[in-house]
Write a protein that binds this ligand. Structure first.
Ligand SMILES: [Zn+2]
Length: 391
Protein backbone atom coordinates (compact mmCIF):
# COMPACT_ATOMS: atom_id res chain seq x y z
CA UNK A 1 0.00 0.00 0.00
CA UNK A 2 1.45 3.36 -1.03
CA UNK A 3 0.52 6.87 -0.06
CA UNK A 4 0.79 9.64 -2.64
CA UNK A 5 2.22 13.14 -2.20
CA UNK A 6 2.01 15.92 -4.72
CA UNK A 7 2.95 19.61 -4.81
CA UNK A 8 3.23 22.58 -7.14
CA UNK A 9 6.71 21.30 -7.96
CA UNK A 10 8.72 18.17 -7.17
CA UNK A 11 12.51 18.46 -7.24
CA UNK A 12 14.02 14.97 -7.60
CA UNK A 13 17.56 16.56 -7.81
CA UNK A 14 18.86 13.83 -10.15
CA UNK A 15 16.36 14.81 -12.88
CA UNK A 16 14.38 17.88 -13.97
CA UNK A 17 11.70 19.36 -11.65
CA UNK A 18 8.16 18.00 -12.18
CA UNK A 19 5.22 20.40 -12.16
CA UNK A 20 2.44 18.77 -10.11
CA UNK A 21 4.38 15.50 -10.02
CA UNK A 22 3.45 12.72 -7.56
CA UNK A 23 5.65 10.69 -5.20
CA UNK A 24 4.48 7.25 -4.09
CA UNK A 25 5.67 6.27 -0.61
CA UNK A 26 5.64 2.69 0.73
CA UNK A 27 4.69 1.80 4.29
CA UNK A 28 8.36 1.61 5.27
CA UNK A 29 8.81 5.26 4.18
CA UNK A 30 10.84 4.51 1.03
CA UNK A 31 9.92 5.94 -2.36
CA UNK A 32 8.21 3.34 -4.57
CA UNK A 33 7.72 5.58 -7.62
CA UNK A 34 7.89 9.16 -8.90
CA UNK A 35 5.25 10.16 -11.48
CA UNK A 36 4.78 13.12 -13.79
CA UNK A 37 1.35 14.79 -13.54
CA UNK A 38 0.25 13.00 -16.74
CA UNK A 39 1.41 9.59 -15.52
CA UNK A 40 -0.39 10.11 -12.20
CA UNK A 41 -3.62 10.92 -14.05
CA UNK A 42 -3.24 7.87 -16.31
CA UNK A 43 -2.69 5.57 -13.31
CA UNK A 44 -5.68 7.08 -11.55
CA UNK A 45 -3.69 7.37 -8.30
CA UNK A 46 -5.67 8.25 -5.19
CA UNK A 47 -5.96 9.62 -2.66
CA UNK A 48 -3.22 12.17 -3.34
CA UNK A 49 -2.24 14.67 -0.63
CA UNK A 50 -1.47 17.94 -2.38
CA UNK A 51 0.78 20.73 -1.05
CA UNK A 52 1.33 24.30 -2.21
CA UNK A 53 5.10 24.58 -2.62
CA UNK A 54 8.00 22.32 -3.51
CA UNK A 55 8.87 18.82 -2.37
CA UNK A 56 12.62 18.24 -1.99
CA UNK A 57 14.77 15.50 -0.42
CA UNK A 58 16.06 15.72 3.15
CA UNK A 59 19.09 17.98 3.62
CA UNK A 60 22.61 16.81 4.41
CA UNK A 61 24.56 18.91 6.90
CA UNK A 62 28.20 18.07 6.14
CA UNK A 63 29.73 20.15 8.94
CA UNK A 64 28.50 20.55 12.50
CA UNK A 65 29.90 20.38 16.06
CA UNK A 66 27.02 19.08 18.15
CA UNK A 67 29.15 19.11 21.33
CA UNK A 68 29.51 22.92 21.14
CA UNK A 69 25.72 23.51 21.14
CA UNK A 70 25.75 24.91 24.70
CA UNK A 71 27.90 27.83 23.47
CA UNK A 72 24.91 29.28 21.58
CA UNK A 73 24.97 33.07 21.88
CA UNK A 74 28.04 33.07 24.16
CA UNK A 75 30.74 34.10 21.70
CA UNK A 76 30.61 37.60 20.20
CA UNK A 77 30.42 37.98 16.42
CA UNK A 78 33.33 39.08 14.19
CA UNK A 79 36.17 38.12 16.55
CA UNK A 80 38.17 36.57 13.69
CA UNK A 81 39.10 32.89 13.82
CA UNK A 82 42.08 32.89 16.23
CA UNK A 83 40.01 34.93 18.71
CA UNK A 84 37.07 32.58 18.20
CA UNK A 85 39.20 29.47 18.88
CA UNK A 86 40.47 31.09 22.09
CA UNK A 87 36.91 31.96 23.17
CA UNK A 88 35.73 28.37 22.58
CA UNK A 89 38.54 27.07 24.80
CA UNK A 90 37.75 29.59 27.54
CA UNK A 91 33.98 29.15 27.51
CA UNK A 92 33.68 25.46 26.76
CA UNK A 93 33.27 24.27 30.34
CA UNK A 94 29.69 23.58 31.44
CA UNK A 95 27.86 20.94 33.47
CA UNK A 96 27.19 17.59 31.74
CA UNK A 97 23.43 18.27 32.06
CA UNK A 98 23.71 21.63 30.27
CA UNK A 99 25.82 20.10 27.50
CA UNK A 100 23.46 17.14 27.08
CA UNK A 101 20.33 19.29 26.98
CA UNK A 102 21.83 21.69 24.42
CA UNK A 103 22.90 18.81 22.15
CA UNK A 104 19.46 17.20 22.25
CA UNK A 105 17.75 20.51 21.42
CA UNK A 106 20.19 21.12 18.58
CA UNK A 107 19.58 17.62 17.21
CA UNK A 108 15.81 18.17 17.35
CA UNK A 109 16.25 21.56 15.65
CA UNK A 110 18.13 19.91 12.78
CA UNK A 111 15.38 17.30 12.40
CA UNK A 112 12.66 19.96 12.28
CA UNK A 113 14.72 21.92 9.76
CA UNK A 114 14.63 18.97 7.38
CA UNK A 115 18.15 17.64 7.93
CA UNK A 116 18.41 13.84 7.61
CA UNK A 117 22.16 13.28 7.98
CA UNK A 118 24.99 15.18 9.63
CA UNK A 119 28.76 14.98 9.47
CA UNK A 120 29.66 15.93 13.03
CA UNK A 121 33.03 16.96 14.41
CA UNK A 122 33.79 15.64 17.90
CA UNK A 123 36.75 16.01 20.22
CA UNK A 124 35.25 13.80 22.92
CA UNK A 125 32.61 11.05 23.09
CA UNK A 126 30.12 13.30 24.93
CA UNK A 127 27.62 13.35 22.00
CA UNK A 128 27.38 9.57 21.68
CA UNK A 129 24.15 9.11 23.62
CA UNK A 130 22.21 11.89 21.86
CA UNK A 131 23.41 10.59 18.50
CA UNK A 132 22.30 7.04 19.35
CA UNK A 133 18.83 8.36 20.30
CA UNK A 134 18.58 10.66 17.28
CA UNK A 135 16.31 10.33 14.24
CA UNK A 136 19.20 11.71 12.16
CA UNK A 137 22.04 9.69 10.68
CA UNK A 138 25.38 10.84 12.13
CA UNK A 139 28.88 10.29 10.81
CA UNK A 140 31.22 11.40 13.58
CA UNK A 141 34.58 12.88 12.67
CA UNK A 142 36.93 12.56 15.66
CA UNK A 143 39.44 15.38 15.44
CA UNK A 144 43.12 14.75 16.03
CA UNK A 145 44.81 17.96 17.06
CA UNK A 146 48.42 18.81 17.99
CA UNK A 147 51.07 20.87 16.24
CA UNK A 148 53.97 19.47 18.26
CA UNK A 149 55.48 16.64 16.13
CA UNK A 150 56.80 14.87 19.25
CA UNK A 151 53.25 14.26 20.49
CA UNK A 152 51.82 12.73 17.27
CA UNK A 153 51.74 9.15 18.51
CA UNK A 154 50.17 10.02 21.89
CA UNK A 155 47.53 12.15 20.11
CA UNK A 156 46.57 9.43 17.66
CA UNK A 157 46.23 6.90 20.51
CA UNK A 158 43.83 9.26 22.26
CA UNK A 159 41.86 9.81 19.02
CA UNK A 160 41.61 6.05 18.43
CA UNK A 161 40.23 5.59 21.95
CA UNK A 162 37.64 8.35 21.36
CA UNK A 163 36.67 6.88 18.00
CA UNK A 164 36.17 3.46 19.60
CA UNK A 165 34.03 5.05 22.34
CA UNK A 166 31.52 6.06 19.63
CA UNK A 167 30.93 2.43 18.59
CA UNK A 168 28.53 1.26 17.12
CA UNK A 169 28.16 4.70 15.49
CA UNK A 170 30.19 5.42 12.37
CA UNK A 171 33.28 7.41 13.38
CA UNK A 172 36.48 8.39 11.55
CA UNK A 173 39.66 10.10 12.75
CA UNK A 174 40.32 13.37 10.89
CA UNK A 175 42.76 16.29 11.10
CA UNK A 176 41.35 19.39 12.86
CA UNK A 177 43.00 22.17 10.84
CA UNK A 178 46.28 22.86 9.01
CA UNK A 179 47.67 24.96 11.86
CA UNK A 180 46.95 22.30 14.49
CA UNK A 181 48.32 19.15 12.84
CA UNK A 182 52.00 18.30 12.33
CA UNK A 183 53.26 16.34 9.28
CA UNK A 184 53.90 13.43 11.68
CA UNK A 185 50.29 13.54 12.87
CA UNK A 186 49.01 13.70 9.26
CA UNK A 187 50.95 10.46 8.69
CA UNK A 188 49.25 8.81 11.69
CA UNK A 189 45.83 10.01 10.49
CA UNK A 190 46.49 8.59 7.01
CA UNK A 191 47.35 5.23 8.57
CA UNK A 192 44.04 5.28 10.42
CA UNK A 193 41.62 6.87 7.89
CA UNK A 194 43.48 7.10 4.58
CA UNK A 195 41.56 4.36 2.76
CA UNK A 196 39.41 4.67 -0.39
CA UNK A 197 36.23 3.61 1.43
CA UNK A 198 36.60 6.40 4.02
CA UNK A 199 35.71 10.06 4.13
CA UNK A 200 37.57 12.71 6.11
CA UNK A 201 37.30 16.45 6.74
CA UNK A 202 39.61 19.34 7.59
CA UNK A 203 38.91 23.01 8.37
CA UNK A 204 40.53 24.87 5.47
CA UNK A 205 41.58 28.51 5.06
CA UNK A 206 38.92 29.89 7.38
CA UNK A 207 40.98 33.01 7.99
CA UNK A 208 43.65 35.07 6.22
CA UNK A 209 45.84 34.52 9.31
CA UNK A 210 46.12 30.83 8.39
CA UNK A 211 47.79 31.63 5.05
CA UNK A 212 50.02 34.24 6.70
CA UNK A 213 51.17 31.65 9.24
CA UNK A 214 52.23 29.13 6.57
CA UNK A 215 53.60 31.67 4.10
CA UNK A 216 55.75 33.72 6.45
CA UNK A 217 55.18 32.49 10.04
CA UNK A 218 53.40 35.73 10.85
CA UNK A 219 49.96 36.91 11.99
CA UNK A 220 47.54 36.24 14.82
CA UNK A 221 48.22 32.49 15.11
CA UNK A 222 51.56 33.27 16.76
CA UNK A 223 49.58 34.88 19.59
CA UNK A 224 47.37 31.82 19.83
CA UNK A 225 50.40 29.52 20.23
CA UNK A 226 51.83 31.88 22.83
CA UNK A 227 48.49 31.73 24.68
CA UNK A 228 48.64 27.92 24.50
CA UNK A 229 52.22 27.99 25.78
CA UNK A 230 53.39 26.03 22.73
CA UNK A 231 56.97 26.53 21.53
CA UNK A 232 56.83 26.50 17.73
CA UNK A 233 60.47 27.43 17.09
CA UNK A 234 60.74 24.19 15.02
CA UNK A 235 58.26 25.61 12.47
CA UNK A 236 59.41 27.69 9.48
CA UNK A 237 57.09 29.54 7.08
CA UNK A 238 57.51 27.92 3.66
CA UNK A 239 56.29 30.64 1.27
CA UNK A 240 53.19 28.63 0.29
CA UNK A 241 49.55 29.07 1.33
CA UNK A 242 48.04 26.80 3.94
CA UNK A 243 46.27 24.48 1.47
CA UNK A 244 49.31 24.18 -0.79
CA UNK A 245 51.46 23.35 2.25
CA UNK A 246 49.41 20.63 3.95
CA UNK A 247 47.36 18.93 1.22
CA UNK A 248 50.35 16.89 -0.05
CA UNK A 249 50.58 15.34 3.45
CA UNK A 250 47.05 13.90 3.20
CA UNK A 251 46.15 10.56 1.63
CA UNK A 252 44.41 11.15 -1.72
CA UNK A 253 42.28 7.99 -1.39
CA UNK A 254 39.36 9.01 0.89
CA UNK A 255 36.63 11.46 -0.09
CA UNK A 256 37.96 14.63 1.54
CA UNK A 257 35.90 17.61 2.68
CA UNK A 258 37.59 21.00 2.83
CA UNK A 259 35.50 23.07 5.21
CA UNK A 260 35.06 26.89 4.91
CA UNK A 261 37.53 27.86 2.12
CA UNK A 262 36.96 31.51 2.94
CA UNK A 263 40.46 32.56 1.89
CA UNK A 264 41.08 30.06 -0.92
CA UNK A 265 42.46 31.48 -4.18
CA UNK A 266 42.23 30.30 -7.79
CA UNK A 267 45.80 28.93 -7.53
CA UNK A 268 44.85 27.02 -4.39
CA UNK A 269 41.79 25.44 -6.03
CA UNK A 270 43.64 24.34 -9.14
CA UNK A 271 46.60 23.05 -7.08
CA UNK A 272 44.24 21.03 -4.88
CA UNK A 273 42.05 19.65 -7.66
CA UNK A 274 45.19 18.61 -9.56
CA UNK A 275 46.68 16.50 -6.79
CA UNK A 276 43.49 15.17 -5.13
CA UNK A 277 40.76 13.38 -7.13
CA UNK A 278 38.13 13.13 -4.36
CA UNK A 279 37.71 16.64 -2.97
CA UNK A 280 34.45 18.19 -1.75
CA UNK A 281 34.26 21.88 -0.78
CA UNK A 282 31.97 22.65 2.17
CA UNK A 283 30.52 26.12 2.62
CA UNK A 284 29.24 27.35 5.98
CA UNK A 285 28.30 30.92 4.99
CA UNK A 286 26.45 31.89 8.17
CA UNK A 287 29.38 30.80 10.36
CA UNK A 288 31.80 32.69 8.09
CA UNK A 289 29.73 35.85 8.47
CA UNK A 290 29.53 35.25 12.24
CA UNK A 291 33.27 34.77 12.80
CA UNK A 292 35.15 36.56 10.02
CA UNK A 293 32.31 38.59 8.42
CA UNK A 294 33.41 37.42 5.00
CA UNK A 295 32.26 34.79 2.49
CA UNK A 296 34.29 32.43 0.28
CA UNK A 297 34.71 33.25 -3.41
CA UNK A 298 31.77 31.13 -4.45
CA UNK A 299 31.78 32.32 -8.05
CA UNK A 300 35.38 31.06 -8.35
CA UNK A 301 34.49 27.64 -6.88
CA UNK A 302 31.55 27.32 -9.31
CA UNK A 303 33.66 28.40 -12.24
CA UNK A 304 36.30 25.80 -11.33
CA UNK A 305 33.57 23.14 -11.31
CA UNK A 306 34.33 21.74 -7.84
CA UNK A 307 31.86 19.68 -5.78
CA UNK A 308 30.19 21.93 -3.22
CA UNK A 309 28.38 20.85 -0.05
CA UNK A 310 26.79 22.88 2.76
CA UNK A 311 27.26 22.87 6.51
CA UNK A 312 25.94 24.79 9.49
CA UNK A 313 29.05 24.64 11.70
CA UNK A 314 28.06 24.80 15.38
CA UNK A 315 25.69 26.95 17.44
CA UNK A 316 28.83 28.64 18.83
CA UNK A 317 29.11 30.44 15.47
CA UNK A 318 25.60 30.28 14.04
CA UNK A 319 22.16 31.46 15.12
CA UNK A 320 20.50 28.25 13.93
CA UNK A 321 21.27 24.80 12.54
CA UNK A 322 19.44 25.02 9.24
CA UNK A 323 20.69 24.15 5.76
CA UNK A 324 17.80 26.20 4.34
CA UNK A 325 19.17 29.25 6.20
CA UNK A 326 22.61 28.63 4.60
CA UNK A 327 20.95 28.42 1.17
CA UNK A 328 19.09 31.69 1.82
CA UNK A 329 22.33 33.47 2.70
CA UNK A 330 24.09 32.21 -0.43
CA UNK A 331 21.15 33.26 -2.59
CA UNK A 332 21.13 36.69 -0.97
CA UNK A 333 24.82 37.33 -1.72
CA UNK A 334 25.22 35.48 -5.03
CA UNK A 335 22.97 34.96 -8.03
CA UNK A 336 22.18 31.25 -7.85
CA UNK A 337 19.31 29.09 -8.98
CA UNK A 338 17.36 27.17 -6.35
CA UNK A 339 18.11 23.96 -8.25
CA UNK A 340 21.87 24.46 -8.04
CA UNK A 341 21.73 25.26 -4.31
CA UNK A 342 19.55 22.21 -3.74
CA UNK A 343 22.13 19.87 -5.29
CA UNK A 344 24.75 21.18 -2.85
CA UNK A 345 22.33 20.80 0.08
CA UNK A 346 21.35 17.21 -0.74
CA UNK A 347 23.05 14.92 -3.28
CA UNK A 348 26.61 16.28 -2.99
CA UNK A 349 26.57 15.93 0.79
CA UNK A 350 25.13 12.40 0.52
CA UNK A 351 27.91 11.47 -1.91
CA UNK A 352 30.56 12.84 0.42
CA UNK A 353 29.23 10.76 3.32
CA UNK A 354 28.81 7.71 1.05
CA UNK A 355 25.03 7.71 1.63
CA UNK A 356 23.83 8.35 -1.92
CA UNK A 357 22.02 4.99 -2.06
CA UNK A 358 19.64 6.16 0.65
CA UNK A 359 19.73 9.97 0.72
CA UNK A 360 20.20 12.97 -1.55
CA UNK A 361 17.46 12.64 -4.18
CA UNK A 362 13.82 11.68 -4.67
CA UNK A 363 14.31 8.38 -6.48
CA UNK A 364 12.68 4.97 -6.34
CA UNK A 365 14.18 2.77 -3.63
CA UNK A 366 15.61 5.63 -1.56
CA UNK A 367 14.37 6.75 1.84
CA UNK A 368 15.74 10.28 1.65
CA UNK A 369 13.35 12.20 3.92
CA UNK A 370 10.90 14.61 2.26
CA UNK A 371 10.69 18.34 2.91
CA UNK A 372 8.08 20.84 1.80
CA UNK A 373 9.47 24.28 0.93
CA UNK A 374 6.75 26.93 1.13
CA UNK A 375 6.49 30.59 0.18
CA UNK A 376 9.00 31.02 -2.61
CA UNK A 377 8.43 34.03 -4.82
CA UNK A 378 9.39 33.56 -8.51
CA UNK A 379 11.67 30.62 -7.82
CA UNK A 380 13.84 32.49 -5.29
CA UNK A 381 14.27 31.89 -1.57
CA UNK A 382 13.24 34.86 0.54
CA UNK A 383 12.74 35.78 4.20
CA UNK A 384 9.26 34.22 4.25
CA UNK A 385 10.38 30.89 2.80
CA UNK A 386 9.64 28.12 5.28
CA UNK A 387 10.42 24.43 5.54
CA UNK A 388 8.06 21.72 6.76
CA UNK A 389 9.36 18.23 7.25
CA UNK A 390 6.88 15.66 5.90
CA UNK A 391 8.94 12.43 6.19
ZN1 LIG B 1 33.94 23.69 12.28
Amino acid sequence: MSSYLSASWIYPVTSAPLKNGVIAISDDGSISAVFTAEEAKRHNLSPITYYEGMLVPGFINTHCHLELSHLAGKIPMHTGLPGFVQQVMQQRAATPTEIEKAMRNADEEMYTNGIVATGDISNQPVSRKSKLDSKLYYHTFVEAMGFDPGRASAIIQQAIATRNDFSPLKATIVPHAPYSVSPELFKEINASSGRADECITIHNQETAEENAFFESKSGHFLKLYAYLGLDISFFKGGGKTSLQTYLPFLSTLPRTLLVHNTFTSREDVSFAENIHPHLFWCLCPNANLYIENRLPDLMLLREMGVKITLGTDSLASNHQLSILAEMKTLQEYFKLSFEELLGWATLNGAEFLGLENQFGSLETGKKPGINLIEFMGNGMLNNNTRIKRLF
